[in-house]
Design a binder for this molecule. Structure first.
Ligand code: HSE
Length: 319
């Protein structure tokens, strides 16, 4: 076998108060990566596209491509000298807060591990995937990669050592995602992180811990209303919402239309709302679309469910 193909889904990070801690895999978009081992042994990585998807642009150089950053690090650590070709079918739109770099990174780590039979454990594989986050965030963070890799709802623990706690989401959890068609800066996540305060008041911290605990309880009890009750975030949302036109209005109308809650997806500018039935989903989608339209912004709005995470498509032999 000289090639391996893997798929990894989009994800939403933070989920309100869980900045860098909560991640939920979403079956909204998927990245497909094929890693091929070449005959030559010069340690060169080449990147190409399997299929160019409309409106999706990503860098194809080794230093700025998330998948290449992951593969480079794995090659170094395992002293692999083969030339490697990375083919990408990019489904997750980059820069909109839906775990785009994470999906490519996870699919790359997953495929590389399988291709070389490295049998890396999932914690270490997530750690390699987080290398790819450097491309957009300038630093490693684990919420998107962990949920895209493992599926479901994930709590990231960093201290004293890396651990990921997974919950199977409730059957009744539906999400409506609104992606505004606005220009986002290069390395958007790095920019969005640079806006955040380094400290916060004890009141805000208490409120966020209380809400984050409520969300975890909601997942433990499989109670979507309880999950939604905990979404309010006093620390990050008030700052980042300023970069999302009409955010407060959109939130209010989504809730009036039947959503239980709405927050920023990851570092934005997409918004994500929580529903416990798909009965009101059309109304919520319309409310979000209209909310953006009132600020003269076009948007794409989708109904989605949690995803089960990364998977191998099949073993393939390209030559
Ligand atoms: N936790 C990260 C952030 C997610 O909010 O910066 C980025 O997708």
């Amino acid at each position: 076998m000289n090639s391996f193909r893997a798929l990894a889904p989009s994800s939403t990070a933070n989920f309100g108060p869980g900045f860098d801690i909560f991640g939920l895999a979403l079956d909204l978009f998927v990245d497909e990566i094929i890693i091929t081992k070449k005959q030559q042994q010069n340690g060169i990585i080449t990147i190409s596209t399997i299929k160019q998807n409309e409106g999706i642009q990503i860098p194809y150089d080794n230093e700025n491509n998330s998948a290449a950053l992951v593969v480079r690090k794995m090659m170094e650590d395992y002293r692999i000298k083969d030339n490697i070709d990375i083919q990408i079918n990019k489904g997750v739109p980059p820069g909109y807060g839906l775990g785009s770099s994470a999906a490519s990174s996870v699919a790359a780590a997953y495929a590389f591990d399988k291709l070389f039979n490295l049998e890396i454990n999932s914690i270490q594989l997530i750690n390699y995937s987080a290398e790819g986050e450097r491309a957009s965030a300038g630093t490693k963070h684990y919420d998107n990669v962990a949920s895209s890799m493992l599926g479901g709802f994930i709590i990231v623990r960093n201290f004293p050592r890396m651990e990921f706690i997974k919950f199977e989401p409730p059957e009744a959890l539906y999400l409506v995602v609104g992606i505004p068609n606005i220009a986002v800066p290069k390395k958007k996540t790095e920019v969005a992180r640079s806006l955040l305060p380094l400290t916060s008041s004890l009141d805000n911290i208490i409120s966020n811990i209380s809400n984050a605990s409520t969300i975890v309880a909601g997942f433990a009890y499989k109670d979507v209303k309880m999950i939604a009750k905990g979404i309010d975030d006093k620390i990050v949302e008030p700052i980042r919402k300023k970069t999302i036109p009409a955010y407060d209005k959109i939130k209010e109308s989504a809730i009036n239309a039947g959503a239980l809650a709405l927050t920023i997806s990851g570092a934005g500018p997409s918004v994500i709302s929580i529903l416990n039935t798909d009965k009101h989903s059309r109304d919520v989608m319309e409310a979000i679309k209209e909310g953006f339209a009132e600020s003269n912004i076009e948007s794409n709005v989708y109904l989605c469910r949690p995803s089960n995470g990364a998977k191998n498509q099949d073993k393939i032999s390209l030559s």
